[in-house]
Design a protein around this ligand. Structure first.
Ligand SMILES: Nc1ncnc2c1ncn2[C@@H]1O[C@H](COP(=O)(O)OP(=O)(O)OP(=O)(O)O)[C@@H](O)[C@H]1O
Ligand SMILES: [Mg+2]
Length: 287
């Protein structure tokens, strides 16, 4: 559902993916708009990464249509997707620990000096651009483009990868669990950078298991359960409890929490022992 009348940047219609005889994604219909953050949520194995791999050209859909600006596309490779302005940032992928910051920023798109046999990477230029782009994302402690990527913190690496995507003109920035291995401060920083990309008109797709992160930056939410789109809603349309519940695969987590609270209230604040806990969970799943 779009808020305005402009057409979505990215549109999926009945996208399916099967591996052998296993249906991993079934009839995914989704629209992604520029200047918005779409949070892709769902339990382990729900199909989030598979969907992202389709969007970024690693997998071809088994059936269904993918459109960019209203034109059907059929990505044959990740390079194909990136030429269509789709950049994917993986938690530890995409950066090479033994490469300098400048080199890693320009990998695959090396700026050159001279020509023919004299072509070579202009290291100084590469380093300056990389540092400038990272600084513009608020990473001010990195001042030397000749430093090795391996010496950067998790959040700094994320900034390098996001800065690179924005610099090379990505319209769609896909982040698969970018905050999963980060501390609170670093995660907040990455989320701030996500907001900056959004402000520049980039469509961001953020995969996360963290409800707080999703609710902080998300404009639009899509929840996958067993490979199907179980919910598609906009900011403010669902409560935190409802989102948590959906992310847990539709199991009544919120209700279980309420049961636990009731148990504690009735048992002088005692937490139920594992057997009792199992019984409570069982009685919920039988509802
Ligand atoms: N290449 C493949 N061949 C067969 N099955 C696959 C393949 N890739 C993924 N799957 C299966 O598809 C399902 C969805 O996997 P996917 O990685 O998309 O889940 P996810 O939502 O990203 O989970 P997580 O939150 O754990 O990262 C899983 O059951 C997985 O085992
Ligand atoms: Mg995954």
């Amino acid at each position: 559902m779009t808020q305005n009348s402009t057409q979505p940047l990215l549109k999926l219609t009945n996208v399916c993916k099967t591996f052998g005889t296993t249906d991993v994604l079934t009839d995914i219909n989704l629209e992604v708009n520029p200047g918005e953050v779409l949070c892709l949520l769902g339990d382990n194995g729900a199909g989030k990464s598979t969907l992202i791999k389709i969007l970024s050209g690693f997998h071809e859909p088994t059936s269904g249509v993918m459109e960019i600006d209203g034109t059907p596309v059929n990505f044959k490779s990740p390079r194909d997707a990136s030429e269509h302005g789709i950049a994917t940032v993986h938690q530890f992928g995409g950066t090479f620990p033994l490469m300098t910051i400048g080199r890693s920023f320009f990998v695959g798109a090396e700026p050159t000096r001279g020509w023919g046999p004299f072509k070579r990477l202009d290291n100084r230029f590469a380093g300056e651009v990389a540092v400038r782009e990272m600084q513009s994302l608020g990473i001010t402690r990195v001042t030397e483009g000749s430093r090795l990527v391996g010496g950067l913190s998790g959040g700094e690496r994320q900034a390098l990868a996001i800065g690179r995507a924005v610099y090379f003109g990505a319209n769609v920035l896909i982040l698969d669990e970018p905050t999963a291995a980060l501390g609170v401060k670093e995660a907040a920083h990455v989320l701030r950078i996500v907001m900056q990309a959004r402000q520049k008109g980039v469509a961001v797709i953020l995969v996360t298991h963290n409800v707080t992160h999703a609710m902080t930056v998300g404009d639009h939410f899509a929840v996958l359960i067993h490979g199907a789109l179980a919910a598609d809603f906009r900011k403010g349309e669902r409560t935190r409890e409802e989102i948590t519940d959906l992310m847990a695969g539709g199991e009544a987590m919120a209700e279980l929490e309420a049961e636990l609270e009731a148990y504690q209230a009735a048992h002088h604040g005692h937490v139920p022992d594992p057997v009792e806990l199992e019984r409570l969970a069982q009685s919920k799943s039988n509802d």
